[in-house]
Design a protein around this ligand. Structure first.
Ligand code: T1G
Length: 696
């Protein structure tokens, strides 16, 4: 096992290389090794300069998050940076891959930074409910100015090597061998006897702001507005403000204390749970390690509707040529025009350059001849949600597409096993359930059929990650995992309307909980007609929604749904006509109306969803409770700072949820609210869903 920190000399330059695969996370051993190596370089008079580099695919990608739930062990990241700060010799960071978080903070502590082309740099702590805790909030604004530093720290987004060089974060982009170039850079600094100015001592880029502190509030306002119940953004903004009027030594101590407070807080623990759950969700316990995925060089999408176009964009965005097949030239043209319009809109927003738009559109080819996709490696069907249409499409695909290609259906609730047997190759078929808009939503439910073979499954998981999705492997049932739980929520939401709540009460409860939109706001956005069509196909009924549909009130697209929408506005307004319809329906059904508290509404929605999640785990439709958390955070806007549906249940406590479900069942005379056996068992054992999978 190579050392986590290696020390070697190149002439008068010490080269310190860290090596802790896969991402060089800054763990206890690495920090200790770095401090020892820096002490050695400082005390050796023959050493005139230092380079800090990393082996493997990336420079340090941050503190080791797996250590966060244990007490901190010295030396800390701050100790490492202070050892650099105390160095009277030039220290150059040699950056490649993704120097992030504590890794970038170590680099900020160095006197100079050189980077390989393609390096992406960031301080993503905010995405973990944290803030930079090793000097990032004090050093970055001094190097690149407050507006750029605030954007990096408050969004957690990465910047490119060019952006880093142009902003002053990186001194040089080196295209030859990175470490040799960094050594040469260090030798030049020594030879030229360049002054060693530490980032913490630079104030030139803050002078204007210090003279006009009100400008800070202007910069901070949009980030503060978006914080919506999150603790980390507020703390990070407070720390950034210290650069204006708090001595840097004092500010660094305050920053550390603020970071520790966040790290020990419930929100960050929940967001760190989602970070690891997202990575776990792509792992399938019985998938052989040596399975060889199909190399998807060319893809195809059947159907150029909203979903088909969005799916095609996902492949084009990842640089994979994709053919879109439609039945008619008009539908094809409409679909491809919509794709072009989406790209142009994103270019207008500054999301991509005109050349990017051209390249991506160039990767999408349209045809009405299915024969053209015979040689593709993966085909995703995104046609009308009708089993007869699926049968026809997959029959054609089976006789057209080369053996070994992976065939996927984007169905959101039809039986994937039934669809697989429309072909003679069920082993190569699975579901790839994208969420609308497919080019934006990151969740991808990979629906594993009874016959899906390891190669098809591994291919779908690999391609999902390649196109920037968060894959979660699920089993076959009506609605798989996400929509099956959504259906429970929708049923309960309607029930609450009949018992006394109004749409704005129900939506208000969940937006207060942290959802961006409530159930009825979402339905108005997506269109009531979509679920209406499904209910009619299944002979199901939703009293209020069906009446609204019969009145042609399909939501935002018709200006009316559960709410009213003024022309050109997407802001939902309560509609007295809908309230009257709800009250009349309660009376017609003989359901007495009563006032429902926000807490009761929240529990009546979330607890039945948790119960359905327990059943999903019992049936093996989801591998882990964390998979359900990831699905609802990435597919339906469940607030990540609450950790997801099942993690939240563990925080509330299963005994309480069990008892409330028993009450709901009695109240509504509805056995489906009876607590699931798994939930009852865990409650009785004093355990949570999070304990499953360890000793079940
Ligand atoms: N700590 C521990 N493990 C980590 C890790 C980390 N920081 N980052 C990744 N891993 C694991 C991950 O769980 C997975 O494990 C494997 O590495 C590959 O990751 C003081 C305190 C670097 C862009 O937030 O964004 O520094 O599943 O699948 O898609 O202010 O990982 O293989 O067992 O994601 O190529 C700040 C988080 C921490 C960076 C690579 N840093 N990581 O993406 O691979 S807080 C971060 C990432 C901090 C300071 C504070 C990504 C990546 P396994 P992967 P990838």
């Amino acid at each position: 096992m190579p050392d986590v920190v290696e020390f070697r000399r190149e002439g008068a330059i010490a080269v310190i290389t860290v090596n802790h695969p896969p991402v060089n996370a800054l763990n206890n051993a690495m920090r200790k090794g770095l401090v020892e190596a820096l002490d050695r370089a400082r005390n050796d008079n023959d050493i005139k300069g230092v380079v800090i580099a990393a082996a493997g695919r990336t420079f340090i990608a941050g503190a080791d998050i797996t250590e966060f739930n244990q007490p901190p062990v010295s030396p800390t990241t701050i100790d490492v940076i202070e050892a650099i700060d105390a160095m009277p010799k030039p220290v150059v960071a040699a950056l490649h891959g993704t120097p992030l978080g504590g890794g970038l903070e170590v680099a900020l502590g160095c006197h100079f930074r050189v980077a390989a082309p393609g390096t992406r740099l960031g301080l993503p702590e905010i995405k973990l409910g944290l803030m930079p805790g090793a000097g990032g909030t004090q050093r970055l604004p001094r190097l690149i100015g407050m507006d750029k530093a605030m954007a990096m720290i408050l969004t957690g987004e990465q910047i490119t090597a060019d952006q880093a060089r142009d902003s002053g974060l990186v001194d040089q982009i080196v295209s030859d061998d990175l470490v040799s170039s960094a050594v040469a850079f260090a030798n030049r600094v020594v030879a030229e006897n360049r002054p060693l100015i530490r980032a913490r001592d630079r104030d030139d880029k803050l002078a204007d702001l210090r003279a006009n502190p009100a400008k800070f509030d202007e910069l901070a306002a949009p980030y503060a507005k978006r914080a919506r119940g999150l603790h980390a953004p507020a703390k990070a903004l407070e720390a950034l403000r210290w650069t204006l009027d708090v001595p840097v030594a004092e500010a660094l101590i305050r920053e550390r204390d603020a970071f520790i407070e966040l790290k020990n807080g419930a929100q960050s623990k929940a967001q760190r749970h989602i970070f690891f759950a997202e990575r776990e969700a792509a792992k399938v316990s019985d998938l052989p390690k040596d399975v060889k995925p199909v190399d998807v060089k060319r893809a195809a999408v059947i159907g150029a509707g909203t979903m088909g176009g969005g799916i095609a964009m996902c492949f084009a965005n990842a640089g994979i040529p994709v053919t879109v097949v439609e039945t008619g030239a008009d539908a094809l043209k409409r679909g491809l025009d919509l794709v072009a319009k989406n790209y142009q809109a994103s270019a207008k927003r500054g999301g991509m350059s005109a050349e990017d738009v051209e390249t991506r559109i160039g990767l999408i080819h349209g045809t009405i001849d299915i024969g053209e996709i015979a040689d593709t490696d993966m085909v995703i069907e995104a046609v009308f949600e009708d089993i007869g249409v699926k049968r026809e499409v997959f029959g054609k695909l089976d006789s057209t597409v080369k053996p070994g290609a992976v065939l996927a259906t984007n169905t959101s609730y039809l039986d994937v096993n039934e669809i697989a047997h429309f072909t003679k190759r069920p082993q190569s078929l699975l579901g790839m359930h994208f969420f609308s808009p497919a080019n934006v939503m990151r969740l991808l439910e990979i629906v594993r059929g009874a016959d899906t073979d390891p190669q098809a499954l591994a291919t779908a998981i690999g391609i999902a990650r390649k196109i920037g999705k968060v894959p979660v492997v699920v089993g076959v049932c009506h609605g798989f995992v996400g929509n099956r739980i959504l259906r429970v929520r929708s049923t309960e939401a309607e029930r609450l309307l009949l018992e006394g709540a109004l749409p704005q009460d129900v939506d208000g409860a969940l937006t207060a909980f942290g959802f961006p939109l409530g159930p009825f706001g979402v339905t108005d956005l997506a269109g009531l007609d979509i679920s209406w069509r499904m209910r009619k196909a299944q002979g199901a009924r939703a009293e209020i929604a069906d009446q609204l549909c019969e009145m042609g009130r399909f939501g935002q697209k018709t200006g009316k749904g559960f709410y009213l929408y003024e022309a050109g506005s997407r802001t939902p307004k309560p509609d007295p006509e809908v309230e009257a319809l709800i009250v009349a329906t309660s009376q017609r059904l003989g359901i007495p109306r009563r006032a429902l508290s926000r807490d009761e509404i929240t529990e009546r929605l979330l607890f039945p969803m948790i119960n359905e999640g327990a059943r999903i785990l019992e049936e093996g439709i989801a591998q882990r409770a964390g998979d359900i958390d990831v699905i609802w955070v990435y597919g339906y806007g469940f607030p990540a700072w609450r950790g997801g549906l099942m993690y939240y249940a563990d925080q509330v406590g299963l005994p309480y949820i069990r008892d409330r479900l028993t009450e709901f069942a009695k109240q509504a005379g509805d056995p489906k609210h009876e607590p699931a056996p798994l939930l009852k068992r865990l409650a009785a054992e004093g355990r949570g869903f999070g304990s499953l999978g360890k000793d079940n």
